[in-house]
Write a protein that binds this ligand. Structure first.
Ligand code: HEM
Length: 435
């Protein structure tokens, strides 16, 4: 119980400390289900990719499922296989390319007044931007008058899920506790917004977006997906697809503000590639240093800081036996900072991702987007989005974060900046403001 309390108080420090006990560390059970913390890339590979038939998401998916239902993130086999097969084509490079136009337009609108605001919470501003990008870029719809309510609903359900995921024995969901009731109300409101969105999109389903792709999916008998399943996918993309990228961008802005020489290199690249013009989707692949900065930020502050699994059968890997019905915790945050795979692991060195350098780490030592059949379906989209948003910000502004506020990670469902990142932005010379 003492260990469990330590975990709840500071999960990241707890997970990091367990590294000193080995590559697979067993934590005694508080609910008759032993927990194993996994630190070795080979064991991670086995869990995420090689031994998938013995692994499920289990209770963590059930917790997130209270909000997301059985969408792609929370479903189990065989439903997950079918959903992945149906949804994968929507994430084709051509869809990402089409969405880039929305990303660039929305970024220009959202950042337009950052230079006259003084210090503000840029993490909140990024959440607002990435929410619009999911709605307009992926659904072809506007957030509209539901914006404030939607942020509130998402915050309520994320907080609720984060708390419940950390509880060894959570209160049953049917009990009318204040937090259960608040969560139920939030889910009802979310349903209202998503079903209204679906209603309004029926006549516009021919625009090539992720949403229209979902609306056109048919089963073997030619039937469309049930409305409840479409709702679950939309909830998954809204909640899974915006805070992760917003948090990533907050951490990028923080790290750049702390590392002026890296910022200078980024600025040089952005200025030389874009000159006076706006970024376009083609620039995503012509800004290699920007992408290295993003990859290195994903290493140090991976938004998905843990991945949770359960065994359904005995798993034997690297001579270690993990019994059936065990909980498994993989922490990209901890694995990414392991000196065995990354030299000067706690330092921000984007050059380690330079294509010219041989990447010497084992494949599953760098897993910001997971691995195996449950790899993030939005990874290409997220990388394109982060690259374009960062390029647009760098082109127009310099900034520094508020050093009076201590910046540290808050491990919620994804890895936030605790209290949000506060920063002041300054317009660069007009030549660079062509956005
Ligand atoms: C920086 C941004 C992002 C990060 C770091 C990230 C990370 C991840 C990770 C680690 C997983 C695997 C979770 C697990 O195995 O338990 C995942 C799954 C997923 N992500 Fe992302 N993600 C990001 C952005 C996005 C975006 C933009 C979308 C949607 C457009 C998205 C949609 C999903 C979905 C639907 C899944 C479930 C995939 C499946 O189980 O088949 N993510 N993400």
């Amino acid at each position: 119980m003492r260990r469990y309390r330590q975990f709840r108080r500071d999960p990241i420090a707890f997970l990091e400390n367990t590294k000193t006990f080995g590559d697979v560390v067993k934590i005694p059970s508080v609910n008759r289900q032993p927990t194993y913390i996994i630190h070795h890339p080979n064991v991670i590979r086995s869990i995420l990719a090689l031994d998938e038939p013995k692994i499920i998401k289990g209770s963590s998916a059930k917790v997130l499922g209270l909000t997301l239902g059985e969408g792609l993130l929370t479903s189990e086999r065989p439903k997950h296989h079918r959903q992945r097969r149906q949804l994968q084509p929507a994430f084709h490079a051509s869809m990402v390319e089409r969405a880039c136009a929305d990303i660039i337009r929305l970024t220009a609108q959202h950042i337009a007044n950052w230079g006259v605001r003084g210090a503000f919470c840029v993490s909140d501003a990024l959440l607002d931007l990435t929410l619009d990008i999911v709605f307009e870029g992926l659904f072809g719809a506007e957030v509209g008058k539901d914006r404030a309510l939607l942020h509130e609903i998402i915050e309520c359900s994320v907080e609720y899920s984060a708390t419940r995921l950390m509880q060894a024995i959570p209160m049953p969901y049917w009990m009318p506790t204040p937090s259960n009731q608040r969560h139920r109300r939030a889910v009802e409101q979310l349903d209202g917004i998503l079903y209204r969105l679906l209603d309004s999109m029926k006549d516009d389903a021919d625009r090539p977006t992720l949403l229209s792709h979902i609306l056109h999916i048919q089963d073997e008998t030619g039937q469309p997906l049930p409305m409840e399943e479409i709702r679950d996918e939309l909830a998954t993309f809204v909640i899974g697809g915006h805070e992760t990228t917003a948090n990533l961008l907050s951490w990028v802005l923080y790290l750049l503000s702390e590392h002026p020489s890296v910022t200078e290199k980024v600025r040089k690249e952005v200025d030389s590639v874009l000159g006076r013009r706006m970024p376009t989707s083609a620039d995503v692949h012509h800004l290699p240093y920007v992408r290295q900065v993003i990859r290195e930020t994903l290493r140090l502050y991976p938004p998905a800081w843990t991945m949770l699994r359960e065994t359904t059968e005995l798993l034997t890997v690297e001579n270690i036996e993990i019994p059936a019905r065990s909980s498994l915790i993989i922490s990209p945050y901890v694995v990414h900072r392991d000196e065995r795979w990354f030299q000067r692991a706690n330092e921000f060195i984007p050059e380690r991702f330079d294509e010219a350098n041989a990447h010497e780490w084992p494949r599953f030592a760098y897993i910001p987007f997971g691995g195996g059949s449950r790899t993030c379906i939005g990874n290409t989209f997220a990388m394109a989005e982060a690259t374009l948003v960062l390029a647009a910000i760098v082109k127009r502004y310099t900034w520094h974060h508020d050093k009076a506020r201590f910046v540290r990670p808050e491990p919620s469902v994804s890895l936030r900046v605790d209290g949000g990142l506060w920063a002041t932005f300054y317009e660069r010379a007009p030549f660079y403001q062509a956005l």
